[in-house]
Design a protein around this ligand. Structure first.
Ligand SMILES: [Fe+2]
Ligand SMILES: [Fe+2]
Length: 130
């Protein structure tokens, strides 16, 4: 398990919390598959996570645009940073199928980025959207 319930901050917007909760479940499943070195399951769950992350980011960006949120550009550029990372690691996974490398990314980079992004960006955006 990569995330426990306490790792991820609740924000003041239910849609955003729902997006995060569903995604955390998926990330934990993927992390379990990586520990088990289950290549097939990792293939399936990583592809699913890529789609889920895009829905998550796009939904937030659409909500910010609808509300004319002034910091949309900065919030989106932090999404874009992780979009690029995920694409890079997905491509590497397709070639290398290395559970060690991918697990290292989730342990060392993804978890820190995810919790930090929600604390810094999502929490203040959620307040502005209310
Ligand atoms: Fe978010
Ligand atoms: Fe966000």
């Amino acid at each position: 398990m990569l995330f426990t319930d306490r790792d991820v901050q609740q924000v003041s917007n239910d849609i955003m919390n729902m997006l995060h909760e569903d995604e955390i479940e998926l990330v934990n499943e993927l992390h379990d598959a990586l520990i088990a070195r289950d290549i097939e399951k990792t293939d399936e769950l990583f592809t699913k996570l890529m789609a889920e992350m895009e829905v998550h980011f796009k939904t937030e960006e659409d909500m910010m645009a609808d509300a004319s949120y002034p910091n949309l550009g900065m919030h989106k550029s932090d999404h874009d940073f992780m979009r690029e990372k995920l694409q890079k690691f997905h491509k590497r996974w397709e070639v290398l199928k290395s559970p060690n490398e991918l697990k290292g990314f989730f342990d060392k980079e993804f978890k820190k980025w995810y919790t930090g992004h929600i604390t810094k960006w999502d929490s203040q955006t959620a307040i502005a959207l209310d």
